[in-house]
Write a protein that binds this ligand. Structure first.
Ligand SMILES: [Mg+2]
Length: 323
């Protein structure tokens, strides 16, 4: 056990909040969590220096924050709320305690914001780059869980917020749509959901594939983030292309009945949830052009071990078409 772990246990015990459902948190060989009648959700995501962020350019606090927030986005996409996290830091030997401290500043900030208890984890050092792994536990009522596979034909395809251009620093401080998802739970019946981590078109294609449907998109209604417009000035790509294929937006794609979509449009335009299409029986992504359906190839970030996060020309615009 490296020294950093011993000193960190004391530090963490003092700083990590607990929750009533955490029977035992940091300090024992395993955390003990009191079960309840809901379904437990679990997800995990790891970010690595040089792959998902650059410690030479990004604050380690932001990397810590992001490691929690991206998992919160996955819980949001299931319609649930986060509860407890297990955090594993794999630290370079040099400056390990300082690095751990900076990373934890962000982890603690995000866990406070999203009401998450740090229930345990592990810290080790090695001769390699910083890796931050968060395993997040959450919960959702059984009849309220959202899945990728629940969409059927003739349902509305909705998107939260606006997409594209997250590379202009938004990707460092993702804002998962957990509150909005919970609000939607009370308003409408979401039939399928996914969060946008790898690009609007790629993640929509995944949802459609899981549901066995296709999508007819109203491409002019896709909300394009101002960052996409800004980025297009130097990238040589259009704002739409950024919105279509940039990753790390952490917005949600949802399907619901047309009636529910109309209800949101009429009664809650303030939510910023926009209908961008309709599910169709013919698989694939489509748009109507001159009264004919034209196929749109999904594009986005395919995970394949790239080495430079900030070079979105490499990573996020690695336009690999799935089909
Ligand atoms: Mg996801």
């Amino acid at each position: 056990m490296p020294d950093v772990e011993l000193s960190f246990l004391a530090y963490l015990r003092g700083r990590c909040r607990s929750l009533p459902s955490i029977h035992l948190g940091i300090g024992d060989d395993a955390a003990a969590i009191t079960p309840n009648e809901k379904l437990q959700l679990s997800c995990t995501d790891q970010i690595i220096d040089g792959v998902d962020f650059l410690s030479s350019e990004h604050a380690l606090k932001d990397a810590g924050y992001k490691s929690v927030a991206i998992n919160v986005s996955d819980i949001a996409a299931m319609g649930g709320i986060p509860k407890a996290a297990l955090v594993t830091l794999t630290l370079p030997v040099e400056n390990s305690t300082k690095i751990a401290g900076e990373v934890y500043e962000g982890i603690l900030e995000a866990s406070k914001k999203y009401d998450i208890a740090i229930a345990g984890g592990d810290i080790s050092t090695y001769d390699g780059p910083l890796a931050i792994n968060v395993c997040l536990l959450g919960e959702v009522a059984e009849n309220k869980i959202w899945r990728r596979s629940g969409a059927s034909e003739n349902q509305a395809i909705m998107i939260t917020g606006a997409v594209g251009g997250s590379l202009l620093r938004r990707h460092l401080r993702p804002e998962p749509r957990i509150e909005l998802a919970q609000e939607l739970q009370t308003l409408v019946e979401v039939t399928a959901a996914i969060d946008i981590s790898d690009g609007l078109s790629l993640d929509l294609d995944r949802l459609c594939a899981a549901s066995g449907v296709g999508a007819e998109l109203y491409t002019d209604r896709i909300p394009i983030h101002s960052d996409a417009t800004k980025l297009s000035e130097s990238s040589g790509r259009s704002p739409f292309q950024h919105a279509w294929s940039d990753g790390e937006d952490f917005e949600l794609l949802l399907t619901m009945s047309q009636q529910d979509a109309d209800l949101i449009a009429l009664q809650r335009p303030d939510l910023g949830v926009t209908q961008i299409g309709t599910t169709v029986g013919r698989t694939g992504l489509w748009r109507k052009h001159d009264r004919k359906l034209e196929r749109l190839p999904p594009q986005g970030y395919m995970h394949q071990g790239t080495t430079n996060t900030d070079n979105q020309a490499n990573i996020k615009q690695n336009e690999t078409s799935k089909k």
